[in-house]
Design a protein around this ligand. Structure first.
Ligand code: ASP
Length: 336
């Protein structure tokens, strides 16, 4: 029988109602009691790492999770991490960089309704997560939610209330689950043994542009951080209206050793800055990295992971454009 480690972190799935609303209360052991049928196909050990609404999860919690996975990796066949949905996609992306090439499934799941409610998605999601964690053909970090198996670097929370909370962005589902049967479309590659990392640079900031945004904002954020992700419009452009010299700010920051990534705030299909004049000039600035089809969640995790390893621009550039866990596909036409 497969041996699975279940790691509890909190979230709605484990929440109960108090005077101030829902808050995590149940341990992973208590959650497991709601899905007794999983004992027919796996043996589960339970561990409670934290008990947090995922709004309060920070990069040091991702490092804690990665460290736990490293310590337990050889003792188990698969892992289930129960987690709040709000930042689950960020955790899934970060873990995809912190634990690379794992053959064993590392499954994140949660729910939109607490497991103790009469009407809830918790039990199906949790059972599906164990089915996936016991699989021999699913590898690495994934989110299992509402019958879909999503690559950890491709997930995004796109619905705040209904059960279909997550989408897979610019990438197909790896598998689906129907009434407890796993139908797998894609089998990921893996390494002979996984590579674990234990450092992240948290000084990564994100600026979503709005019409008329002032370059000083970017300047301020760059002063306080090592990297800035600029969520631009459409396929990507840098504004250049009177009195706002974004490109100048970015160029000065790059000379001061900062890392800049340009992405788009449009969720699907990604960037291509070569299309319009407003973006074209970025191509003559190869130090500005373009995110192409990556999700913002994955950019955040990848930058924190890269800058945790190096501050050397050529290495940053090379690592950013090295696909990891299928995080970037459409980057080859970047015109270098
Ligand atoms: N606020 C909750 C959390 O992210 C939402 C959920 O789990 O669905 O922890």
């Amino acid at each position: 029988m497969k041996r699975i480690l279940m790691i509890g972190t909190g979230g709605t799935i484990a929440s109960s109602k108090g005077e101030e609303g829902l808050a995590p209360a149940l341990t992973s052991e208590q959650l497991l009691r709601y899905v007794p049928d999983v004992s027919s196909f796996c043996e589960v050990d339970c561990l409670q790492l934290f008990s947090l609404d995922s709004t309060n999860l920070c990069p040091h919690h991702w490092l804690g999770l990665a460290n736990q996975l490293r310590e337990s990796y050889d003792s188990y066949d698969g892992f289930v991490i129960s987690h709040g949905t709000d930042t689950m996609a960020y955790t899934a992306a970060a873990l995809s960089y912190l634990v690379q090439g794992a053959k064993k499934p590392i499954i994140l799941t949660g729910a939109q309704k607490p497991i103790s409610f009469d009407s809830t998605d918790s039990k199906v999601n949790l059972t599906d997560a164990f089915i996936c964690a016991a699989s021999d053909t699913l590898h690495g970090v994934m989110i299992v939610f509402n019958g879909k198996v999503i690559q950890g670097t491709r997930a995004c929370k796109t619905r705040s209330k209904s059960y279909e909370a997550f989408s897979s962005i610019n990438y197909p589902f790896l598998a689906v689950l129907q009434d407890g049967s796993l139908l797998q479309y894609i089998e990921n590659s893996y390494l002979p043994s996984p590579v674990f990392y234990d450092r992240l640079d948290e000084k990564v900031a994100l600026l979503k542009l709005i019409p008329g945004a002032q370059a000083e904002l970017a300047s301020l954020m760059l002063e306080r951080n090592d990297a800035l992700i600029l969520e631009s419009f459409g396929v990507g452009g840098i504004p250049s209206y009177d009195g706002s010299d974004f490109l100048g700010v970015l160029e000065r920051a790059m000379h001061a050793g900062k890392t800049i990534v340009l992405t788009t705030q449009v969720q699907n299909e990604g960037s291509n800055v070569g299309v319009y004049q407003v973006g074209y000039k970025i191509r003559s600035c190869p130090q500005i990295l373009e995110a192409f089809d990556m999700t913002t969640e994955a950019i955040v995790g990848k930058l924190m992971w890269i800058l945790g390893q190096t501050n050397e621009p050529q290495q940053i550039h090379r690592l950013f454009y090295t696909p990891i866990a299928n995080d970037i596909l459409n980057y080859r036409n970047r015109g270098e």
